[in-house]
Write a protein that binds this ligand. Structure first.
Ligand code: FES
Length: 163
């Protein structure tokens, strides 16, 4: 007759104690490893910024020589028109003040293709639904001799940079 398994005070057979310890150790190990992996993954996620930023509002557009006197060059990706009058340079917004379409230089100034607003060469409204003039942005000359436009810095209409 086989002897009954020896019981300990909790009522479990003695031979089941070792597998339970192993199981608890294994579960603890899985918990620790899982915590470490979660921590590492979280840290890696935070290393890469999730925020997306629009285009910078301060950007370089090239050297003054690239804009010959009389030039009115629209840079649609930046939504500005670079105007050169003699030895003076300015940056005028090409964002229509009506609903934000991109205006295009025209023979008389600027023309909006969306609802027909018209602006003179300085960006003042001459027709259409646009409620106000196009903005002028500060232009500076960097130490390397490039022109830099700062769209965060609106300036008074007619303010040029001498180059
Ligand atoms: S968006 Fe330019 S006229 Fe409406």
């Amino acid at each position: 007759m086989a002897a009954a398994p020896k019981r300990i005070e909790h009522g479990e057979p003695e031979e089941r104690q070792i597998p339970r310890r192993h199981m608890l150790a294994w579960l603890s190990g899985v918990g620790v490893v899982g915590s470490l992996l979660t921590g590492v993954f979280s840290s890696l996620v935070f290393l890469k910024p999730r925020a997306t930023y629009g285009q910078p509002n301060r950007f370089r557009i090239g050297r003054p020589e690239e804009f010959p006197p009389g030039a009115r060059m629209a840079i649609d990706t930046k939504r500005v028109c670079i105007v050169r009058e003699g030895d003076k340079v300015a940056a005028i917004s090409t964002t229509c003040t009506h609903l934000g379409c991109i205006v295009a230089p025209s023979a008389t100034g600027f023309q909006c293709p969306c609802h027909g607003s018209q602006f003179d060469v300085d960006g003042n409204v001459t027709g259409g639904p646009a409620p106000k003039a196009l903005s002028w942005f500060q232009v500076t000359l960097t130490p390397s001799g490039e022109l830099e436009v700062d769209k965060d810095n609106e300036i008074q209409t007619g303010t040029y940079l001498s180059v």
